[in-house]
Design a protein around this ligand. Structure first.
Ligand code: CO8
Length: 259
């Protein structure tokens, strides 16, 4: 499929790379970008090949510097609400995609960009990455889920400090706050992302799908019900070919080969 505002590339071993591609405006998100992301998610969700998705921004300056301010400056209140709902729905679909999704944050991840990164399963950051929710400078609130996901990831006091001040957090502080998993030199970020993705792609995809559901659905449940869900999905994992292959390989002292 030909996209104008994003690129979707297939790499080895079922690894796909989605690049937000509007470098002249630091990859700012407008309706067209969101629409193309939705189409890409349809393709990935229906693909039997896709095993891991990496998301990054074009150029060496930004992951995504937010929703497109020029676009938002022309919206009525109801259009603003509709834009927020549209973006949130796309990010929720990304969050629920049935394969691991890793954000490679290669520069500014501000506003909608930080919200996009937080909708991925986890974040790898380049050493020039900067995170923030600077909407307060524009007289608006976050609108693509940032107030909720940031609070869940870094806790209420730090989330409120960031929302009240609009300040940017450098990669090192984001690492300390648990927002990113690892930091790499800017030039090495894609290579490191691909290395980790290849490792993940070599493991059981069905086990990863079930683990993703457990973590995502379990965090909103009480511990008793979350543990019941875990024993249910643990039982379900015994019905899979991957369980047969994984356990046979261990007993036969060989590496497993998952399909
Ligand atoms: N939207 C539109 N254009 C942008 C954006 C953006 N978010 N960010 C940067 N650009 C454009 C600039 O206007 C500039 O264009 P031009 O060359 O034509 O002047 C170009 O990108 C390069 O940017 P700068 O010259 O500003 O580059 P600097 O290195 O000087 O600064 C910054 C980089 C600090 C990232 C700066 O560009 C900046 O502050 N950008 C805005 C960041 C921001 O406020 N983001 C949050 C936006 S609000 C949001 O995301 C809410 C999401 C939920 C929406 C809900 C729907 C209602």
């Amino acid at each position: 499929m030909n996209f104008r505002n994003i690129q979707l590339e297939s790499r080895d071993s079922g690894i796909f790379c989605l690049t937000i591609n509007r470098p002249k405006v630091l990859n700012a998100l407008n309706n067209e970008v969101l629409e193309e992301m939705g189409l890409a998610l349809d393709l990935l969700a229906e693909s039997n090949e896709a095993r891991v998705l990496l998301i990054t921004g074009a150029g060496d300056k930004a992951f995504v510097a937010g929703a497109d301010i020029e676009h938002m400056s022309r919206l009525s209140p109801m259009e603003g609400k509709a834009f927020a709902e549209y973006g949130m729905a796309i990010f929720r679909r990304l969050e629920n995609l049935n394969i691991p999704v890793i954000a490679l944050v290669n520069g500014f991840a501000l506003g909608g960009g930080c919200e996009l990164a937080m909708s991925c399963d986890f974040i790898l950051a380049a050493d020039n990455a900067k995170f923030g929710q600077p909407e307060v400078n524009l007289g608006i609130t976050p609108g693509f889920g940032g107030s909720q996901r940031l609070t869940r990831l870094v806790g209420r006091p730090m989330a409120l400090e960031l929302l009240f001040s609009g300040r940017m957090m450098a990669a090192e502080e984001a690492l300390q706050q648990g927002l990113v998993n690892h930091i790499y030199p800017q030039q090495a970020l894609m290579e490191e992302g691909l290395k980790l993705a290849a490792n993940i792609a070599s493991k059981s995809g069905t086990a990863q799908q079930l683990s993703k559901q457990l973590v995502q659905r379990g965090q909103d449940l009480d511990l008793d019900n979350a543990c019941i869900m875990e024993s249910d999905l643990f039982g379900l994992s015994f019905s899979t070919d991957d369980r047969k292959e994984g356990m046979s390989a261990f007993l036969e002292k060989r590496a497993p080969s998952f399909v």
